[in-house]
Design a protein around this ligand. Sequence first.
Ligand SMILES: Cc1cc2nc3c(=O)[nH]c(=O)nc-3n(C[C@H](O)[C@H](O)[C@H](O)COP(=O)(O)OP(=O)(O)OC[C@H]3O[C@@H](n4cnc5c(N)ncnc54)[C@H](O)[C@@H]3O)c2cc1C
Length: 257
Amino acid sequence: MKIVVLIKQVPDTYGERRLTPQGLVDRDASDAIIDEISERALEVALQQKDADKGTEVVVLSMGPDAVTASLRKALSMGADSAVHVLDDSLSGSDTGLTAATLAAAVRSIDGVDLIVAGDASTDGRGGVIPAMVAEHLGIPCLAAVDGLQIGSTVSGTQPTESGTRQVHAGLPAIVSITESAPEARFPNFKGIMTAKRKPLSVLSLSDLGVDSGFPGLARSVVVTATERPARAAGRKVIDEGSAVDELVEFLAAERLI
Ligand SMILES: Cc1cc2nc3c(=O)[nH]c(=O)nc-3n(C[C@H](O)[C@H](O)[C@H](O)COP(=O)(O)OP(=O)(O)OC[C@H]3O[C@@H](n4cnc5c(N)ncnc54)[C@H](O)[C@@H]3O)c2cc1C
């Protein structure tokens, strides 16, 4: 079985996260790390490889130069090979271009049975890429699945507003996992040493035959970005006998009651 894991590099949530005045992610504002949910997606694939040694795990990421470090980390954790889609014209990509590019990259990999992704990234938080990639590839998508079972089909549980439902799909398919998936393993020394020799291919948009230009993929772009205004000081209500009335008046004025 060949599993492709979609790995997104994101700004570390422990650092400051900012946009540039042009609306791009300010990559100098914090460290770049593999998104935790992507690491869990990789762990799901690696556990399948542990259980079935014939499983091959390919990690795929689209992003700037710095993504190489995240892909090397994924290789040191146990992935077999990596694909990096790197192209200046991807800067400022919207979800449409991101999904079309990732789908083209998956198509460039022979014999993919399963694609595993996170359900939503911690920076963009769109939660749409797996379904959009599925649409491009014309394959089923099991979104936000807990307790993933991988065999000749894939199955799992999806939470709904009123309970849970069991879902399954034939292969090839794409699944997105949730934070209930197991935490990722740490790379060990042997993994770190062998990662350097594992294949990492870098593909451009022309290698993939993707046209990033408008209106090819009807791209939306950020035109301006405005920083959120600083929070105004809160109002303190001191109880001198009329606090309840003041609170009710305040909540009504704010349309909270
Ligand atoms: C109009 C518009 C303009 C934008 N401009 C910018 C910009 O200037 N700069 C910028 O950094 N972002 C920009 N974005 C955000 C960017 O489009 C998203 O970060 C990207 O499409 C991924 O979406 P997401 O993070 O919401 O993914 P989600 O759907 O939340 O991610 C789910 C899963 O998909 C996979 N995945 C997502 N992205 C990747 C990836 N790149 N490589 C591999 N796997 C991936 C991961 O497994 C992830 O866990 C813009 C978005 C819009 C709508």
